[in-house]
Design a protein around this ligand. Structure first.
Ligand SMILES: NC(=O)c1ccc[n+]([C@@H]2O[C@H](COP(=O)([O-])OP(=O)(O)OC[C@H]3O[C@@H](n4cnc5c(N)ncnc54)[C@H](OP(=O)(O)O)[C@@H]3O)[C@@H](O)[C@H]2O)c1
Length: 346
């Protein structure tokens, strides 16, 4: 099997490199980034070529391309990869809402990845765990509406933002200042800030619109009423989300727990029973990187009908929220050696 990773030097690309070797050991790898370079990763040196190589007449052909580039570069290289015969999983925003391109979450709608499909879009890093928790509830009880509030890690903004955040945190916390007034109020270090990129006339940011529109497409509920508010918090890796979900039918908490705790109905979900959330945190994601952590299941006391519950979700945005899900999508075409990375047809 011949696999290429575009954006191999980035945060998501490096995770993809690790996972590809778990899923398809022995596969022939070709790595691409902005320019020719050597990537030192996990104790090994990897040759990386400039992505324009793929536009040349002698560009390497292959079976699978995992693309972790920004939107503009995905737009440039994905058509070329398809023309070269690759099956492509794209992790940018570019194709997610294209009606011709399936938008897929492992364990939720992988049945859409068929032999005739050559391009699949990987959803946003908050949409993936949200869909993994609500998808099984939709199947079992029906979904009426949802509200979600996110607390997102800085690494979601890429390697440059993460490195700046780490450096500014180290410098700022070096000062003995209990208020934190040494930090810059507009930056991520020691802060919580609105996720405010591309806020449009609706007043919602691109991240908030992605969660809403992508969830509707994945869950197959075009009119699903979802409202999202997103912010970034001073966490390196691990998105944490609080959600209020209203089901179509009233359900016992025990039945909801049984659904979310059952691997057959809720693949790749790690359910934490009980309402206290013990063990469930943003940081716990980086110890269980390939699962959506779900817990704090409680009744929403505002709804006497018994249809509304509160839930918390958390996930490693680089792995479950990006690289792992892409590998699970690709496993539908090319089943791999690691069962944790092979998605069922759900
Ligand atoms: N970070 C997350 O949590 C997350 C989650 C889900 C989806 N995503 C999506 O995944 C994609 C990658 O995100 P990331 O966080 O991994 O970004 P990143 O850490 O900033 O990495 C960006 C990658 O793009 C490459 N690149 C930059 N300019 C290029 C060019 N002109 N031609 C070819 N390659 C170029 C970089 O290569 P050089 O090293 O050579 O510059 C690097 O490999 C984005 O679309 C992002 O929205 C990210």
């Amino acid at each position: 099997m011949r696999i290429c990773i575009l954006g191999a030097t980035g945060l998501v690309g490096r995770e993809s490199l690790d996972l590809v070797q778990r899923a398809w050991p022995g596969a022939e790898l070709q790595l691409f980034a902005s320019r020719d370079q050597t990537l030192e990763h996990a104790g090994k040196s990897h040759k990386v070529r400039g992505a324009p190589t793929l536009e040349g007449a002698d560009a390497p052909r292959g079976d699978l391309a995992l693309v972790a580039l920004d939107d503009d570069h995905s737009k440039r290289y994905v058509p070329r990869l398809l023309a070269l015969g690759y099956r492509v999983v794209d992790k940018s925003n570019t194709y997610r809402l294209d009606p011709k391109v399936p938008l897929v979450v492992g364990g939720v709608n992988c049945g859409e990845v068929t032999e005739s499909v050559h391009l699949v879009a990987n959803p946003n890093c908050t949409t993936i765990p949200f869909a993994m928790a609500t998808g099984p509830l939709k199947r079992r009880f029906g979904l009426r509406s949802a509200t979600v509030s996110t607390y997102q890690a800085v690494s979601g903004a890429g390697i440059g933002a993460l490195d700046e955040f780490l450096a500014e945190s180290k410098a700022g916390y070096a000062e003995a200042n209990r208020l934190g007034s040494a930090f810059n109020v507009t930056r991520y270090a020691a802060n919580a800030v609105p996720h405010n990129g591309a806020t449009d006339e609706s007043g919602f940011s691109a991240e908030e619109r992605k969660l809403v529109q992508e969830s509707r497409k994945i869950l197959g509920l075009a009119e699903f009423p979802v409202s999202a508010q997103c912010c970034r918090v001073a966490v390196a890796v691990g998105h944490y989300m609080n959600s209020w979900v209203t089901l179509q039918e009233a359900a016992d908490l025990a039945d909801i727990e049984a659904t979310l705790g059952d691997q057959a109905q809720s693949p790749f979900v790690r359910f934490y029973p009980g309402s206290s959330g013990d063990g469930l945190s943003a940081l716990s994601c980086v110890h269980e990187r390939d699962r959506a952590l779900v817990g704090r299941l409680r009744r929403d006391a505002r709804d006497a009908s018994g249809k509304s519950v509160c839930l918390t979700m958390a996930a490693d945005n680089l792995r479950l929220g990006a690289a792992t899900n892409a590998i699970r999508i690709a496993s539908r075409w090319f089943p791999g050696k690691d069962s944790e990375l092979n998605a069922p047809g759900l």
